[in-house]
Design a protein around this ligand. Structure first.
Ligand SMILES: Cc1ncc(COP(=O)(O)O)c(C=O)c1O
Length: 467
């Protein structure tokens, strides 16, 4: 059943309107009552989404009332599991309009990215090009490339608005041997700035001979990805980021035409048609199972279908519109918050034009003289008010280096002069703060949450950072 498509707008602080307020408020009361019952203000949706109560109820009923065995067999309980897993797999393919793809279930987005790292045919002549704005699980693929003797480089962003430097990226994509294996990776949406990078880069890169890995982990929770409209070769995501439950399951979508290009470096239970021990040969399965090592999470995978159905009942278009209005309201309100002397209370990173930005906002807090608050202090003050935000560099060091203006020389010096280190050491070494505060909104976010965070920011007005 679809919820009725009623568009209602409500005024927040006389500054902006938030669409579908009564619809989402009802959803909040019905599905996310625990937030208000426990007094939590949750603003870390890019870290992990929240599950709706009905998702749990459906999944638990399914487990309580049925008997499920390990798939890969023909006994009745095994067949029951196999059926639910294949329904969930089909639901993923339907949701993304991905009939040209295999859906490989993985433990999370990182597990999907690892398969690409291990299996992409890197060699001494191949190249890996990735945006500066990537999660570490995409950055880490450079180690696989390096270990095979290949080269890698980073696509530039403009430090002013954190968007892609288009001219430079065009140049980088045009370089390199067209006959060699080349992989270009970028996030559909930044997990830090919230920018939705232009998906037209997929086709542009493919036209220049690149295979494209689209990390969709931060994009798909609030935006529609239609794999008939854009056709990256590989797509990674985690389902808890889309609908909160279950954790521990993600997927890799592999374009069928690129399936044989991936060279799995080993075999495991469940991935082979046949293995010889005396004759040391093996034949891998010719579909998604090739990359699903061992027993899959067959009790939780059916909950992926429940989660996707839940998103469908709300409608992705409605979620996108709601999230973009919530984050724009936040952006405007925060941008307008200043100390009595006119100095801003927060420095927000990213573009002023928020048209192509999702529900994620990053900032640093400033005192009235423009001195930056340590992020630890910001987080601890938010914790005291039961506001869940996130601070640090969010596993995306490229954007942090850009935002904090760390030079190549400073970075190289740190890595050459130290054998090991952590976030705190590094901050001391540079004598500059690193990191930022990130907030992100989601389906259950309401006007009161936004208001609470705005008040939290206002509590820093006319303050001075203690030395
Ligand atoms: C854009 C992006 N890619 C990849 C990941 C890795 O996801 P996971 O930790 O679920 O493997 C994240 C997690 O925050 C992310 O935001």
């Amino acid at each position: 059943m679809k919820f009725p498509f009623v568009k209602s707008k409500i005024v927040v602080e006389g500054v902006n309107t938030i669409p579908f307020e009564s619809f989402f408020q009802e959803l909040r009361e019905k599905e996310y009552a625990r937030l208000d019952e426990t007094g939590h203000t949750y603003l870390d949706f890019t870290g992990g989404n929240l599950y709706a109560k009905s998702q749990l109820d459906k999944h638990q009923r399914m487990l309580r009332e049925n008997v499920y065995g390990n798939p890969h067999s023909t006994n009745p309980t095994s067949l029951a599991s196999t059926m639910l897993v294949s329904e969930a797999r089909q639901a993923v393919l339907n949701f993304f309009n991905a009939e040209d793809y295999y859906c490989v279930f993985t433990p999370n987005a990182s597990g999907a990215l690892r398969i690409i790292g291990e299996s992409y045919p890197f060699s001494k002549d191949s190249r890996y090009l990735l945006l500066t704005d990537n999660h570490n699980s995409v950055n880490g693929i450079r180690e696989f490339c390096k270990s095979k003797g290949g080269s890698f480089d980073y696509g530039y962003l403009k430090s002013t608005d954190l968007n892609i430097d288009e001219r430079k990226l065009e140049e980088q994509l045009s370089s390199g041997n067209p006959d060699e294996n080349k992989l270009f990776a970028f996030p559909a949406q930044s997990n830090v700035s919230g920018i939705k990078h232009d998906l037209a880069w997929i086709e542009k890169a493919q036209n220049k001979g690149w295979d494209v890995l689209l990390d969709a982990a931060a994009f798909v929770p609030t935006s529609k990805l239609d794999l008939k409209k854009v056709q990256p070769d590989f797509v990674s995501m985690s389902f808890y980021k889309m609908f909160g439950y279950p954790t521990g399951i993600g997927c890799l979508l592999i374009k069928k035409s690129k399936f044989e290009k991936l060279q799995k470096p080993w075999f495991a239970g469940g991935t082979v048609e046949m293995v010889g021990v005396k004759a040391q040969k093996h034949w891998l399965v010719n579909n998604h199972e090739r990359f699903e090592d061992g027993t899959i999470n067959y009790l939780d995978i059916p909950a992926v279908k429940i989660g996707l159905d839940y998103l469908d009942t709300i409608g992705m278009h409605r979620i996108t519109e709601r999230i973009s209005a919530l984050s724009e309201t936040l952006f405007r309100e925060l941008n307008d918050t200043s100390h009595s002397n006119g100095n801003p209370v927060v420095r927000i990173y990213g573009p002023q034009n928020r048209k192509n930005v999702g529900g994620t906002l990053i900032m640093n807090f400033l005192d009235q003289d423009g001195n930056q608050y340590p992020i630890e202090q910001v987080e601890s003050r938010a914790n005291q008010k039961q506001i869940s935000i996130r601070t640090g560099c969010f596993c995306n060091p490229g954007l942090d280096e850009l935002n904090t203006g760390i030079t190549d020389e400073e970075l190289s010096k740190y890595f050459t002069e130290n054998e090991s280190g952590n976030f705190g050491d590094r901050t001391n070494f540079y004598g500059k703060f690193r990191g930022a505060t990130r907030i992100s909104v989601g389906i259950s976010t309401n006007k009161a949450d936004i208001q609470k965070f705005i008040e939290f920011v206002r509590s820093f007005r006319n303050s001075t950072v203690a030395n």
